[in-house]
Ligand binder design. Structure first.
Ligand SMILES: [Zn+2]
Ligand SMILES: [Zn+2]
Ligand SMILES: [Zn+2]
Length: 362
């Protein structure tokens, strides 16, 4: 990708500009999966994305609509980055003008808004699931625990809301409905991550949050046990994406480096979440203007080769030790990608234990 301009402004829309197969209709709100993209299970890494045939640099690989998405902005009343709460829309509300944005008639929280009355009406059933919970708990979670915990719990509530709408509509997603990739709640249930993945102290803190704020109740009628909700948090934390205005995973990093910008949302994607990490990824990822995650191939991929993204901004963590420390801390594994193995000092090569690392930080 060295031919790309390194300036932030010019990179804003590069993911879609650099597609070679522009004939694909990327404007519909559905997901789209390349015919040669398949999934498999690796004995150590778990699920992974693979190419079944050669895929060329510049090809679109995946467009995945979010199962749930939340805005992450400091001041929702004035932020140009606030997303429409209708998950089928998820565009930035300012981009919908001159349509008239609308907020919740019950005034739950200012972070909830829609780009017009049509989006509010379309989202009514789903938002009804979260509205009372937001009104009751958002202020106290934000002040007692912080924005990160609030965002995590809200994303879980939105996942439960989507599931609730699926159940109400009688939508049952089975693996047989798509031979390659599950969708809907079935896909969320099969994401990796369990209480064993995380430190005991972390799991205990989440367990406290579940008991305080996410119990099955008239305020939050999901019908799941506390253990099931805790397990859902463990999966969400291992698989959610931050949404940033510029791409993640350009490698080698452009010189001068261009970061991916300020996070404006967080989301869970049923298919994109299967991608494993590499510090020299062959996929660049970036959300489109409808909150969908877009994967574009950044170098030719051979049949059988794994398709990987970068879980972090490659301009932020550069050295081997920085990258490995960050991945261990945030994603609980020791990176053994080609780049990391190639940068290891020769005497280190045999000193690593099982993968993924399961040590506890207590
Ligand atoms: Zn909208
Ligand atoms: Zn509301
Ligand atoms: Zn690595």
């Amino acid at each position: 990708m060295q031919s790309l301009s390194p300036t932030a402004e010019q990179r804003l829309h590069i993911t879609t500009e650099h597609l070679t197969n522009v004939t694909i209709n990327t404007s519909s709100q559905d997901s789209w999966i390349h015919a040669y993209l398949t999934q498999s299970t690796h004995p150590l890494k778990g699920r992974q994305l693979l190419a079944s045939h050669p895929i060329s640099k510049g090809e679109l690989l995946l467009i995945d609509a979010p199962y749930a998405v939340i805005p992450v902005v400091d001041d929702p009343a004035s932020s140009p980055d606030l997303l429409c709460s209708n998950s089928k829309c998820s565009r930035k509300i300012v981009s919908a003008q001159p349509e008239t944005p609308t907020s919740c008639p019950s005034n739950c929280i200012p972070d909830v808004a829609w780009c017009n009355e049509g989006c509010r009406a379309a989202d009514q059933t789903r938002h009804a699931f979260e509205c009372t919970w937001l009104k009751k708990y958002s202020a106290s979670i934000r002040s007692k625990w912080g924005e990160y915990e609030f965002g995590m719990l809200w994303l879980i509530v939105r996942i439960l809301a989507t599931r609730s709408v699926e159940l109400q509509r009688g939508e049952v997603f089975s693996s047989s409905s798509n031979p390659r990739f599950k969708s809907g709640w079935a896909a969320i249930e099969s994401l990796c991550g369990s209480p064993e993945t995380w430190a005991h102290s972390q799991v205990r803190a989440w367990s406290t949050l579940v008991k305080k704020y996410l119990k099955d109740s008239p305020t939050l009628p999901h019908g799941m046990s506390a253990e099931d909700v805790l397990a859902l948090i463990c999966r969400e934390e291992a698989n959610s994406f931050g949404l940033y205005p510029r791409e993640t995973g350009v490698f080698p990093c452009p010189d001068p480096p261009v970061d991916r910008g300020e996070q404006f949302a967080a989301a869970v994607y049923p298919r994109a979440a299967i991608a494993n990490h590499s510090c020299s990824p062959n996929i660049i990822h970036k959300p489109d203007n409808d909150g969908r995650m877009v994967f574009v191939v950044s170098r030719d991929i051979k049949p059988g080769e794994e398709c990987c993204i970068s879980y972090f901004d490659l301009t932020e963590f550069v050295d081997l030790s920085e990258r490995r420390d960050h991945l261990q801390r945030s994603f609980r594994f020791l990176c053994k990608c080609d780049r990391c193995l190639g940068e290891e000092a020769p005497e280190e090569e045999n000193s690593w234990d099982a993968f993924p690392a399961m040590d506890d930080d207590e």
